[in-house]
Design a protein around this ligand. Structure first.
Ligand code: KG4
Ligand code: ZN
Length: 340
C-alpha cells in the first residue's frame, strides 16, 4: 500500500485522540484531554478515564471528518494504540477501531504506544538509524537501541517512578495542577537552580533509572521550606536540572561503545525545555543528529498512532479483528499478519 489515508485512534491513558495521516504526512490531529477531570484527584482514575473515552471518541471522530471534509469511505486503514496502557481505556479505542475497520472493510493495525511516541518524529523529519532513543513520559522512562522502525532493543528503564510521574508527584506537593510538568517547566524558566537535589541512581554501571529518591528528597525539601513565590521558581529550576541531567547521564552512557547515528527523545517529558536542550547538546557533543517530535506531538496524540500504523501497513503488516489490547506490564506480542 503506497498511498494510504490512515485514521489513528489513541485511548491508552487520559487523552482521547483521533488523527488522519495521509501517506505519512499529518492531515489533522484532535485530542480531548481529561486532565481537568483527573486533576481533582491528583492523578488518573482508570474507571473515569474509560468512561470519558467512551463519551468523547464518537463525537471527536465526527468532528475530525467535519473539519477535514473527509468521507469515512476515503479512509484506507485504521490504526489503534493497543497497549501498553490502562486496560479499560485501551478497550474503548480498540473496540471503536475494530468496528470502524469492519464496517469500512479496511485493514486494522494495532500499534505499540511506546514505539509510536519515538517514531512520531518521522511525521516532520527523517528518522536516522541506528539510534539511542529515550522515551520519557508519565508512565515510562525507557532507553532503547533502535536499529529500524521494527527493531527496538530495551537497554534500561525505571525501577520505580517514571520521569513525568516524578514531575507530577512533586508538583502535587507544591499544589500545582495535574499534570504538573508543564508548570514546573514554565516556572523553571524564571528561576535559578539554587537548590541541590540528588541526581539519582547514577553510581552504578547499568542503564536503569530510579526517581523515587529524588521525589522524596524534593517533597521533603518543599515541605520543610515555606517557599515564597520566587523561591518556588528556583526550586522548579533545580528540579528541572536534576531530572534533565539524570536522563542525559544515562543516555550518554547508552551511547558509549554503541554504534549510533542519532539520539532520539520522545514522550510527554520531551516537551521539557531543559531536557530537550541538554539532549540536543549531548547529540551535538558526539557529532550525532538529535531527533525529537515537535513539542505538540510529544504528549499522547493519535497522529503518532496513525503514522506508525501507516508505516506498518506499508511493510505489509496488519491485524485480524481479534486484536487484543495489552495492559501495562504485559509484553506487546509481535502478532502482525501479512496483509491480504
Ligand atoms: O506522553 P504523555 O503525554 O503521557 C504518557 O504516556 O504518560 O506524558 C505525560 C507526562 C506527564 O507526566 C507530564 O507532567 C509530562 O509528561 N510533561 C512534562 C512537560 N510536558 C508534559 N514534564 C516536564 N516538562 C514539560 N514541559
Ligand atoms: Zn504516552
Amino acid at each position: 500500500m503506497s498511498r494510504a489515508l490512515c485514521l489513528g485512534v489513541e485511548t491508552s491513558c487520559d487523552e482521547t485522540a483521533v488523527a488522519l495521516v495521509d501517506d505519512g504526512r499529518l492531515v489533522r490531529s484532535l485530542t480531548a484531554s481529561q486532565a481537568n477531570l483527573h486533576s481533582l484527584f491528583g492523578g488518573v482514575v482508570p474507571e473515569l478515564a474509560s468512561r470519558e473515552h467512551y463519551r468523547y471518541l464518537g463525537p471527536l471522530f465526527d468532528r475530525l471528518l467535519l473539519e477535514t471534509e473527509i468521507e469515512p469511505r476515503s479512509i484506507d486503514l485504521v490504526a489503534v494504540a493497543r497497549g501498553p496502557g490502562l486496560l479499560g481505556s485501551l478497550l474503548v479505542g480498540v473496540a471503536f477501531a475494530k468496528s470502524l475497520a469492519w464496517s469500512l472493510n479496511v485493514p486494522l493495525v494495532g500499534v505499540d504506544h511506546l514505539r509510536a511516541h519515538l517514531l512520531a518524529a518521522g511525521l516532520t523529519g527523517e528518522l536516522i538509524y541506528p539510534a539511542v532513543g529515550l522515551l520519557a513520559s508519565g508512565g515510562h522512562t525507557h532507553l532503547y537501541y533502535i536499529k529500524s522502525d521494527r527493531d527496538f532493543a530495551l537497554l534500561g528503564s525505571t525501577l520505580d517512578d517514571a520521569a513525568g510521574e516524578a514531575f507530577d508527584k512533586i508538583g502535587c506537593a507544591l499544589r500545582f495542577r495535574y499534570p504538573a510538568g508543564p508548570e514546573i517547566d514554565a516556572r523553571a524558566q524564571k528561576g535559578r537552580a539554587a537548590y541541590n537535589l540528588p541526581r539519582p541512581y547514577l553510581d552504578n554501571d547499568n542503564l536503569d533509572f530510579s526517581f523515587s529518591g529524588l521525589k522524596t528528597a524534593a517533597i521533603n525539601l518543599a515541605g520543610k521550606n515555606r517557599f515564597k513565590e520566587g523561591e518556588i521558581d528556583d526550586f522548579c529550576a533545580s528540579l528541572n536540572l536534576a531530572i534533565a541531567e539524570t536522563l542525559v547521564a544515562k543516555t550518554a552512557r547508552a551511547l558509549d561503545g554503541r554504534d549510533a547515528a542519532s539520539v532520539w527523545l520522545a514522550g510527554g517529558v520531551a516537551a521539557n525545555s531543559l531536557v530537550r536542550e541538554k539532549m540536543a547538546d549531548l547529540a551535538a557533543s558526539r557529532g550525532l543528529r538529535f531527533i525529537a517530535p515537535p513539542r505538540e506531538l510529544c504528549g499522547d496524540n493519535a497522529a503518532m498512532i496513525a503514522y506508525n500504523g501507516w508505516a506498518l501497513a506499508r511493510r505489509g503488516l496488519e491485524h485480524d479483528l481479534d486484536l487484543e489490547a495489552i495492559p501495562r506490564g504485559r509484553k506487546i506480542p509481535d502478532d502482525y499478519r501479512a496483509s491480504r
